[in-house]
Design a protein around this ligand. Structure first.
Ligand code: SF4
Length: 132
């Protein structure tokens, strides 16, 4: 083992079970080292292990928020990232979303922004908004 073994606590967000996971991993601060998962407990399935490994190497997040709508039967349309984005990009992507203002009608799954802040995702609508 090259890095120092440390313990961490995680809540898996992959499914609604929200398993509380305790993990032991190399801290990744060793020269050339990346945080390496050594053991974990509390996950009810293997996806939890994959999720913790991802958290240790390159954490990703999904953004869900809303955007103002002009001329619709709702004032806001809920939107989200189509796929998770790097945690480090969340603030920048939120900044781009906040600049948006949409025109009704809007349909679920409709893309309103591509590659925000250089990410490889799209921002999509998650609520139907009809023209008023
Ligand atoms: S470990 Fe498995 S069961 Fe638990 S929250 Fe993650 S995906 Fe769901």
């Amino acid at each position: 083992m090259s890095g120092k073994a440390v313990k961490g606590e995680f809540v898996c967000v992959v499914c609604p079970n929200g398993c509380f996971i305790e993990a032991e991993y190399e801290d990744g601060k060793s020269p050339g080292g990346e945080a390496k998962l050594l053991s974990l407990t509390g996950n009810r399935c293997q996806r939890g292990e994959a999720w913790v490994s991802q958290e240790l190497s390159a954490p990703m997040r999904t953004i869900a928020t809303s955007v103002p709508v002009r001329g619709g039967d709702f004032l806001l349309a809920s939107v989200r990232t189509k796929t998770p984005i790097p945690l480090a990009k969340v603030r920048d992507v939120m900044g781009e979303i906040r600049k948006l203002s949409l025109d009704a009608p809007l349909h679920i799954g409709q893309t309103i922004l591509r590659n925000p802040s250089g990410t490889e995702t799209e921002i999509i609508v998650t609520r139907e908004v009809q023209s008023a």
